[in-house]
Design a protein around this ligand. Structure first.
Ligand SMILES: Cc1cc2nc3c(=O)[nH]c(=O)nc-3n(C[C@H](O)[C@H](O)[C@H](O)COP(=O)(O)OP(=O)(O)OC[C@H]3O[C@@H](n4cnc5c(N)ncnc54)[C@H](O)[C@@H]3O)c2cc1C
Length: 428
């Protein structure tokens, strides 16, 4: 039996596993998904987990359950190594919380291998960042940020002074911008839940950006509108400010300033996991992404593919496909179509990235963005309720692929019910 092995079950990998699992169900091809976690959370929701507006324990998708329903096999484990000659991947030993062995090191053989491992935060080697900053790149770190945030608000509530909680966010891309707004919502909700001394005025959020404006990857009009909304909320925006070091209690800038911070978040860049650099002779770029052709095959081995944030894929105009959920979604669809084509003896089609626009959600305060496409003939600026619906639809598209129409509808209903019967904020 030939194996198609997907390493990483995130925005791209899980969608591909579901599609391939259904397609190969009745064939001799075995589809295997490997992930180091037992549950999946769609990564663009992590800032909501951090702020407490989303509970990862409720919204997490169980890989084992979804694999059984969709005809693929799930292997819990952390990727350790690749042997291209033997066509195997090795998974690290699985240990329990006490460090005792659950499963020994294992090998999984493949006929086709797809890396969909995503990315991690890139602190560009800034001194102290790894030690003193929170990186919002995993559910675990988002949850630990949330607990720390609740503790800091608890301190504010029990102190008689009028001290503020200083939070510094490095990087004014979508993650930094969206998190800033979510924090104000958290303070507002905690106040409504009885923390009388906690309010937006006790929150001192500083958003630091090395470039001349917010949201460098998005159109200027969106950046301008987002900046004025954030300023209205009370966010201090520092542009043209590069952070040179982080220490307990604050950040130093290259210009010599010190920004006090009780909680520091680094959201300024991404890189692929370090182990992908020079992995058994595969070509990688400076940020460890695997270099792929337009059919998403690794340049040095056409049995190995990379999709999503861990892939370096260049568009015909020479630009790199951006590390975004819509890219991972589109790459998963393209690769699925190509594997299907191959099974019918047809040649693969080239992947073409289509930018459908970008939306930024400032919690429930506002959603701002632009839509692109044939219908809009270029870029159209949108905001408000329509923008909110389009923003949510990206997540709904992901849910549609992995759950199908009926279950996605049931999730939407359950979501509405949960909003009525559960607190609007994760309070623990
Ligand atoms: C806070 C935040 C907000 C964002 N907002 C947006 C947005 O609004 N719009 C947008 O388009 N994009 C957004 N993004 C970017 C988007 O989340 C990513 O581009 C997208 O998730 C990439 O998909 P992927 O499949 O490549 O990787 P991921 O979705 O990150 O999945 C990678 C998977 O690999 C697994 N994995 C990692 N290492 C190993 C290992 N060693 N062994 C086994 N498994 C492993 C992980 O557990 C994970 O399941 C946001 C990102 C963040 C962090």
């Amino acid at each position: 039996m030939s194996n198609i092995v997907i390493v990483g079950g995130g925005a791209g990998g899980l969608e591909l596993a579901v599609k391939l699992g259904r397609f190969c169900r009745k064939s001799s091809v075995k589809v295997v998904l490997i992930d180091k976690n037992r549950t999946h959370i769609w990564k663009p929701l992590l800032h909501e987990v951090a702020a407490g507006s989303l509970d990862a324990d409720i919204d997490g998708v169980d890989y084992l359950a979804i694999s059984q329903k969709n005809g693929f096999h799930f292997q819990l484990g952390e990727f350790r190594n690749l042997d291209r000659a033997a066509k195997t991947v090795t998974l690290a030993p699985l240990l329990d919380a006490k460090g005792d062995m659950v499963l020994d090191e294992r090998s999984v053989s493949y006929a086709k291998l797809i890396f969909a491992l995503g990315s991690v935060t890139n602190d560009f080697g800034t001194s102290g960042a790894g030690e003193h900053c929170i990186f919002l790149d995993s559910v675990k770190s988002a949850q630990s940020f949330h607990v720390q945030l609740l503790n800091e608000f608890l301190k504010l509530e029990s102190n008689d002074n009028t001290q503020q909680l200083d939070i510094a966010i490095v990087g004014a891309g979508a993650t930094g911008v969206e998190l800033s707004a979510e924090l104000f919502k958290t303070a507002e909700l905690l106040n409504a839940y009885g923390y009388n001394k906690v309010s937006s005025s006790r929150l001192n959020v500083t958003l630091i950006e090395a470039g001349p404006r917010l949201l460098p990857a998005l159109p200027d009009r969106i950046a301008q509108n987002v900046a004025s909304e954030l300023r209205e909320l009370g966010v201090n925006i520092m542009l043209d400010t590069a952070v040179s070091g982080v220490e307990k209690g604050g950040l130093k800038t290259k210009q010599g300033a010190f920004i006090p911070s009780t909680m520091s978040v680094w959201a300024a860049g991404i890189k692929a996991p370090a182990f992908l650099a020079n992995l058994d002779g595969l070509e990688s770029n400076k940020i460890n992404q695997l270099v792929v052709t337009d059919t998403l095959q690794c340049t040095k081995d056409d049995a190995i593919y990379a999709i999503g944030d861990c892939a370096h894929c260049v568009m015909p105009n020479g630009d790199k496909v951006p590390p975004r959920a819509q890219s991972a979604h589109q790459m998963a669809s393209c690769l699925f179509d190509n594997i299907k084509r191959e099974s019918k003896g047809k040649s693969p089609k080239a992947y073409r990235y289509v930018d459908y626009g970008s939306l930024v959600s400032l919690s429930s305060y506002s959603t701002i963005g632009s839509l692109m496409g044939n219908l809009t003939r270029g870029s159209v600026f949108i905001e408000g309720r329509l923008a909110r619906i389009v923003y949510i639809s990206l997540y709904r598209m992901h849910q549609l692929v992995i759950f199908g129409k009926l279950k996605t509808l049931l999730f939407m209903i359950a979501n509405r019910i949960n909003r009525r019967i559960r607190p609007n904020l994760k309070l623990h």
